[in-house]
Design a binder for this molecule. Structure first.
Ligand code: ADP
Ligand code: MN
Length: 255
């Protein structure tokens, strides 16, 4: 038994080391020389006053906290070495806004960054609460920091809600999905409790992560919308929301 425990603990340690070295690899990957040059330029322009800690390390991008001129910023850096950039193809090549992007990693990632900027801009003009996009430069997106005093708002996934509050949050999300569809002509395409933040002060949702969002003309737009609908209903079913996918769809597509 003691032996097994020791083996277990040895494997745990090896795993931890592995994880650590993966993390280091990721950090090496994110701050490659061209990316550092862009950050340097942005700091020379006074847009970034100080780069803070890491908020998140995702599949394709890292998000950092930063101080701007007189506001807090979130800096999303798409990793040039991202292994999932192939998946970006399917979203970007069929988007009428981005049909003439050359088919190489660099250009696809830069276009992806501009696309997220444009999607956030459109969502914001449609009246949806999203981080205000400020700069898109190569693989770097600078946006409004959604949080306070260096602490980002929690994900919907990690927010405790009473049933009553959950109903209000759900209604607001439905309103945003409707606005996104009807006013911004977009489908989020990765909407779930992982890409919605909750402002703790008034429990309003904030949509984030719109790199993959596509216009309604995209051949897979309906499929993406349906997936968003299922994700939202799956999450809110635990709070007693009983809408069927068709119910939510017709709310989103109502005139
Ligand atoms: P990914 O593609 O890695 O999922 P996201 O855009 O979802 O990238 O960002 C990852 C995480 O970073 C989010 O879950 C959120 O916690 C945090 N984050 C992203 N944008 C902001 C922002 N503008 N303000 C505060 N936190 C943010
Ligand atoms: Mn995300």
């Amino acid at each position: 038994n003691e032996k097994i425990r020791r083996i277990d603990s040895a494997t745990d340690k090896a795993r931890a080391r592995e994880k650590d070295s993966e993390r280091l690899k990721v950090e090496e990957n994110v701050f490659d020389v061209p990316t550092l040059k862009v950050l340097y330029t942005l700091s020379n322009k006074g847009i970034i006053k100080a780069l803070g800690g890491s908020i998140s390390t995702g599949k394709e991008a890292n998000v950092f906290y930063a101080e701007g001129e007189n506001r807090e910023l979130a800096i999303k850096i798409y990793r040039m070495a991202s292994s999932t950039f192939k998946a970006m193809d399917a979203y970007i090549m069929k988007d009428p806004r981005f049909t003439n992007i050359r088919n190489n990693r660099r250009d696809i990632i830069f276009a992806w960054t501009r696309k997220e900027f444009q999607n956030l801009t459109r969502a914001k003009s449609a009246g949806i609460r999203v981080p205000e996009p400020l700069v898109a430069e190569k693989n770097i997106l600078i946006m409004e920091f959604m949080g306070e005093e260096r602490v980002p708002y929690p994900l919907l996934k990690n927010t405790h809600l009473e049933n009553e509050e959950a109903k209000l949050v759900y209604d607001k999300i439905v309103e945003y999905m409707h606005l996104l569809n009807k006013e911004a002509n977009l489908v989020h395409a990765d909407l779930s409790e992982y890409n919605i933040l909750i402002d703790p002060a008034d429990k309003t949702p904030v949509f984030i992560d719109m790199g993959q969002s596509v216009t309604l003309e995209h051949p897979n737009a309906r499929e993406f919308l349906y997936r968003d609908v299922l994700n939202i209903l799956r999450f809110f079913s635990r709070y007693g929301i009983t809408d069927k996918p068709e119910d939510l769809l017709s709310k989103i597509q109502a005139e």
